[in-house]
Design a protein around this ligand. Structure first.
Ligand code: GDP
Length: 297
C-alpha cells in the first residue's frame, strides 16, 4: 500500500507526542526532527521538507501550544494542516468550458507514466458529466500507442481521431479541431507522444501543438512510483511547456509519498487526479486534506 512506511513513522511520532501531558519546546523539536527524517526517507525533496518543518515549527513552538490542555494534539493538528497546505489545500477541478464550446486538453508525460490509460479514464469522467469527448492520437512514433488509445476509447465508448503516423502532431491536432466541431464533440483530449526521457524534440512538439491549436489545459501525467524523478519531470515540463496541473498515477502501488507531497510545492501546479489502478474507473479526484489524513493516519 502507498505511504505505508511514512504512515507508520508518523503513527509512532504522534503516539509519543500524545503520551506526554505537558510538552517542552525540546520535546516538540525532537518530534519535528523525526518528522523531518521520515519525510526525507519518503523521498520528499530537501527544500520542501525544510520549508514544511519551518512552517510547522513557527506555529508549534510557542506558549500558546505549550500551555494548551492538549499540546501533543495541537502539534499533530498543525502538522496535518501544514501537510494539507503543502499539497495545495483546496481541490482543483479541471475547468471545462460551457458545453457549446470546445475545451482542448493536451496530455503529456513520459512513456509508461500511464498517459494513454489516463486519457481514457478522463474521457469517462467527462462523459459522466454529460460532455462529448474526442480523443486525439498524436503519438505518431509508436503505432502501438494509437492501438492502445483506440482499445481504451472503445471501452469508454468515446471516439478517437487518428491520422496514423505520417502526419505531424500539430497538423493532426488542427484537423481534430474541425472534426470535433463537425461532430459536436466539446472536449478534445490530445494524447501526445511519450518518450523514455525528456528531450528538446518532445518539448518542441508540445509547444508546436500549443501554437497550432488553442490548448485550454496542459495536463502532465507522472508516475508516483518514481518519487523525486516525477517531481523533476513536472518541474521541467512546467518550465519548458507550461502545465496547468498534474495527474499522479499508480498511487495504488507501494509509493513512498515523495511525489504527492512535493509536486505542488515545487511547481506551484496542483495535483488534479490520482490513478488508483489499471481499470478505467480507477481515477480519483485529489483532495489534499484527505491525502494528508491518509498519510498521517
Ligand atoms: P503511457 O506510456 O504513459 O501511455 O502509459 P500507459 O497508459 O500505457 O500505462 C503504462 C502501464 O501503467 C499500463 O500497464 C497501465 O495499465 C498502468 N497504469 C496506468 N495508470 C495506472 C494506475 O493508476 N495504477 C496502476 N497500478 N497501473 C497503472
Amino acid at each position: 500500500m502507498a505511504f505505508e512506511s511514512l504512515s507508520d513513522k508518523f503513527q509512532n511520532i504522534f503516539k509519543n507526542l500524545r503520551s506526554k501531558g505537558r510538552l517542552t519546546e525540546e520535546d516538540v523539536k525532537v518530534a519535528l526532527k523525526e518528522v523531518k527524517m521520515a519525510l526525507l526517507e519518503a523521498d520528499v525533496s530537501f527544500k520542501v521538507v525544510k520549508k514544511f518543518i519551518n512552517a510547522v515549527t513557527e506555529r508549534a513552538v510557542g506558549s500558546d501550544v505549550m500551555n494548551s490542555l492538549t499540546p501533543g494534539q495541537m502539534v499533530i493538528k498543525i502538522v496535518n494542516e501544514e501537510m494539507t497546505n503543502l499539497m495545495g489545500s483546496e481541490t482543483t477541478e479541471i475547468k471545462l468550458k460551457p458545453s457549446n464550446e470546445i475545451t482542448v486538453i493536451m496530455m503529456a508525460g513520459l512513456q509508461g507514466a500511464g498517459k494513454t490509460t489516463t486519457v481514457a479514464k478522463l474521457a469517462g469522467k467527462f462523459k459522466q458529466k454529460g460532455y462529448k469527448p474526442l480523443l486525439v492520437a498524436c503519438d505518431i512514433y509508436r503505432p502501438a500507442a494509437i492501438d492502445q488509445l483506440t482499445i481504451n476509447a472503445e471501452k469508454q465508448d468515446v471516439p478517437v481521431f487518428s491520422m496514423g503516423t505520417d502526419n505531424k502532431p500539430k497538423d493532426i491536432a488542427k484537423a481534430a479541431m474541425s472534426h470535433a466541431a463537425k461532430n459536436d464533440n466539446n472536449v478534445v483530449i490530445i494524447d501526445t507522444a511519450g518518450r523514455l526521457h525528456i528531450d528538446e524534440e518532445m518539448m518542441d512538439e508540445l509547444i508546436g501543438i500549443k501554437e497550432a491549436v488553442e490548448v485550454d489545459q496542459t495536463i502532465l501525467v507522472v508516475d508516483a512510483m518514481t518519487g523525486q524523478d516525477a517531481v523533476n519531470v513536472a518541474s521541467n515540463f512546467n518550465d519548458k511547456v507550461g502545465i496547468d496541473g498534474v495527474i499522479l498515477t499508480k498511487l495504488d502501488g507501494d509509493t513512498r509519498g515523495g511525489a504527492a507531497l512535493s509536486i505542488k510545492a515545487v511547481t506551484d501546479k496542483p495535483i488534479l487526479y490520482v490513478g488508483m489502478g489499471e481499470k478505467l474507473s480507477d481515477l480519483e479526484q485529489f483532495y489534499p486534506d484527505r491525502m494528508a489524513s491518509r498519510i498521517l493516519g
